[in-house]
Design a protein around this ligand. Structure first.
Ligand code: ADP
Ligand code: MG
Length: 542
């Protein structure tokens, strides 16, 4: 509907700019809900260990094959504003807890679907919003009640959490191996209970198999040593981290040097050489056997370093410098003149290794490294990328588990249990809100239904069995890999409780936000660059 000019005593008053689109009332709501539902439906088939993957091809023809909710949404490049809100839900979920992105989006879609049914029964959007808010709050409470405490030292449990986050992803077959690596990595960088994900570097190299993925007690840099005359491997390395270039500074202003005699040129070059030599001597005097430099290293300096048997790498990324400092205990030095032996870090081995086609520098066997690297391998670029996403999810959930210290059983168990308790709670609230809370409970059960559907099972049968089991125990889930109903906590299918509480919070918040919109006013698109080029001046006729 185009923006209609309002009438005031016969004179049309134009409030909005020309080209503004306006949609109001139930039509606006219906469109918004539809958008959210379509996106949720798209992700639904990827949910769970038996979920399918999506192949996404971007405008440049690059292919991504993934099962990861947030990656799918990012690659889909969604235009619609409500679609963008849904994408935000997934992104928040990812950054807060590292997993549960598909769950959050599918849940948001289902909440809106149920809300639409209530709207058709003349329940007002405000009432639904209120009921949903009450339900979400209660749901979070119930989840915390149901959760089991875990200790940060319980690596067995943390590994289970990591495995669970990786199920259904491309890394499926090596998940036990990867889980072990992830838990070790997280434990290494953990400080005061906090895990800074940036301190775990993920370096990818296609080739080998996923099972060749390894944890390096230190940092892997995607660079080569600068000079073939340098040793390939240095043991008991003392490492200098430099932020400055090993070059003779060029003047800021353009200077011209007039050289009138050949010996002047000679003297000039010798002076430069002496300056570089002095820098290398400084490094040697500090006791360093390895130099990792964020800036450039002059050819001549490379030669001098090689002559001294010092291993050097140039143009190391700034982000890697920070990690190297944490891993080796070195201090990053900004001027060669300040370098002393106190600034040096330590690594048992620094070496250049050929992996696949490329040379990498390994700084490993660090003592108690506070930053580590996971070197991801896999049969192809796509496999490595999907493995990386799985590892990132696993790092996120292990960190989340450590942060909240509680896990819940998975495989549909928490959703069915929370739904059951919400139905009991709804009765105590009464009124029309009761309907909304019951709708919320029904919506939660979309998760076990989708898990069953994706595994080719009958969702109704599964749900009925689950509900029955929950009359006795809150930990019953339906394991779709072995096709049986079981106590999924005992079976080790566990998720940090904050993955679930976050999914419920963000899904219900976005659903409420979308429900409350009854008017969409969209500015007209900016005109494309002037459509028609001014005509070429016509040739004069003769
Ligand atoms: P998300 O992006 O939401 O994490 P996933 O595709 O990773 O989506 O699926 C997660 C869901 O799969 C969770 O609800 C989890 O409980 C469930 N799940 C994991 N393993 C199993 C299993 N063996 N049987 C049934 N459900 C499982
Ligand atoms: Mg997951």
């Amino acid at each position: 509907m185009a923006a209609a000019p309002s009438q005031l005593g016969g004179t049309p008053v134009l409030i909005l700019k020309e080209g503004t689109q306006r949609t109001r009332g139930s039509e606006a709501r219906r469109t918004n809900i539809m958008v959210a539902r379509i996106i949720a439906e798209t992700l639904r088939t990827t949910l769970g260990p038996r979920g399918m993957d999506k192949m996404l091809v971007d405008s440049l023809g690059d292919v991504t094959i993934t099962n990861d909710g947030v990656t799918i949404l990012k690659e889909m490049d969604i235009e619609h504003p409500v679609g963008k809100m849904i994408v935000e839900v997934a992104k928040t979920q990812e950054s807060e807890v590292g997993d549960g992105t598909t769950t959050a989006v599918v849940l948001a879609g289902e909440l809106l679907k149920r809300a639409e049914e209530l709207l058709e029964q003349e329940v007002h959007a405000t009432i639904i919003a209120k009921g949903y808010r009450l339900a979400a709050e209660k749901a979070r409470e119930f989840l915390k009640e149901m959760a089991h405490e875990i200790s940060p030292q319980d690596e067995e449990m943390l590994r289970k959490v990591a495995v669970m986050a990786m199920t259904g992803k491309g890394a499926e077959k090596a998940k036990e191996h990867l889980a072990e690596i992830v838990v070790k990595a997280v434990q290494r960088v953990r400080e005061d209970g906090e895990v800074d994900r940036d301190l775990i570097k993920i370096e990818k190299k296609a080739g080998g198999g996923i099972e060749d993925t390894q944890l390096v007690d230190g940092i892997v840099i995607d660079k080569e040593r600068v000079h073939p005359g340098m040793p390939r491997k240095v043991k008991d390395a003392r490492i200098a981290l430099l932020r400055c270039a090993l070059e003779v500074k060029k003047t800021e202003v353009d200077a011209k040097i007039n050289i009138t005699a050949p010996d002047q040129l000679q003297a000039f070059m010798e002076e430069e050489e002496r300056m570089l030599q002095r820098m290398v001597e400084k490094i040697k005097a500090s006791g360093a056997s390895v130099v990792l430099c964020q800036k450039g290293i002059d050819d001549l300096a490379q030669h001098f370093l090689a002559k001294e048997g010092i291993f050097a790498v140039r143009r190391v990324k700034q982000s890697d410098m920070k990690k190297l400092a944490r891993a080796t205990g070195a201090r990053v030095v900004t001027s060669i003149d300040d370098l002393s032996s106190d600034d040096l870090g330590y690594a048992g081995v620094v070496e250049e290794v050929k992996i696949g086609e490329d040379e990498l520098v390994f700084v490993r066997e660090c003592r108690d490294p506070k930053s580590v690297t996971i070197l991801v391998r896999g049969g192809s670029e796509h496999v490595v990328n999907e493995a990386e996403r799985a590892i990132e999810d696993a790092i996120g959930v292990v960190a989340a588990a450590l942060r909240c210290g509680k896990v819940v059983a998975g495989a549909g168990a928490p959703e069915v249990e929370v739904a059951r308790r919400l139905r009991e709670y709804a009765v105590t609230v009464g009124g029309r809100e009761q309907l909304a809370i019951e709708a919320f409970a029904d919506a939660l059960e979309v998760i076990p239904r989708a898990l069953a559907e994706n595994a080719g099972l009958d969702p109704i049968d599964v749900l009925v069995e689950l509900r029955k089991a929950h009359e006795k125990s809150p930990d019953y889930g339906y394991d779709v890999t072995s096709n049986e109903l079981k106590d999924t906590f005992k079976a080790g299918l566990v998720t940090p409780v904050n993955v679930k509480t976050q999914a419920i919070s963000s899904a219900s918040e976005v659903a409420v936000m979308i429900l409350r919109i009854d008017d969409i006013i969209a500015a007209g698109k900016l005109e494309k660059e002037e459509e028609e080029k001014p005509e070429m001046p016509s040739m004069p006729e003769f």
